[in-house]
Write a new protein. Structure first.
Length: 201
């Protein structure tokens, strides 16, 4: 068990056949969206805050540069999101949050292919990993020049739907082509996927 049930579950080798109420230090109410990836879960509340719990092995919980625990069984608010979040997306090892009012996309967690962006300093790096491939706090994705309507997260890549219908992706895309026809095995910054709404030059 990695705390993804949000409480101690000691029977059935960490399995639970029935729904259990999430325990949190503060009341986790007014939830409008829930995301689950691996042994981590996050919830978006109506007030625009994001709360996460479970495994923090890939700095998934956004607890900062120096996480104090590997597993969290009580939901904790993710800090560093200045504006209310309107949509949450979770993938293989990272989380992204859309702030429609700014507009901006923030991501954190595993960023081995830059799918969660690039930290601007050592304070963004999550120890004990100790490098920019793991971001312990939300990092704004640079290079999205139009307002984003929706963000989608894969195993090692991220895509954003723009307000003009265009799709921009970044991260790893060499094996199965999740970046579309972007001419790069790894896109360290958002690149437009050609042919979605128009032809690229």
């Amino acid at each position: 068990m990695s705390g993804e049930f949000g409480r101690d579950v000691t029977t059935g080798a960490g399995q639970n056949r029935f729904p259990v109420m999430l325990e949190s230090g503060a009341a986790l109410t007014d939830v409008v969206q829930v995301g689950v990836a691996g042994a981590t879960a996050c919830a978006l509340k109506n007030d625009g805050t994001v709360w996460c719990w479970g495994s923090n092995q890939a700095c998934f919980l956004g607890l900062g540069a120096t996480p104090t625990t590997e597993f969290v069984r009580t939901a904790r608010a993710v800090s560093g999101l200045a504006a209310p979040v309107t949509q949450l997306a979770m993938g293989g090892g990272h989380v992204c949050a859309l702030q429609a009012s700014v507009p901006a996309v923030y991501c954190w967690g595993s960023s081995t292919c830059r799918q969660a962006g690039v930290g601007t300093g050592t304070g963004d790096r999550c120890t004990p990993r100790g490098d920019a491939a793991f971001l312990g706090r939300p990092t704004q994705i640079e290079g999205l020049f139009r307002a984003t309507r929706e963000v989608g997260v894969g195993d090692q890549h991220t895509c954003a739907l723009q307000d003009n219908g265009a799709v921009w992706c970044w991260g790893c895309g060499a094996t199965y082509g999740p970046l579309g026809n972007v001419p790069a095995a790894t896109a360290k910054a958002p690149l437009e996927v050609c042919g979605v709404c128009r032809s690229c030059p």
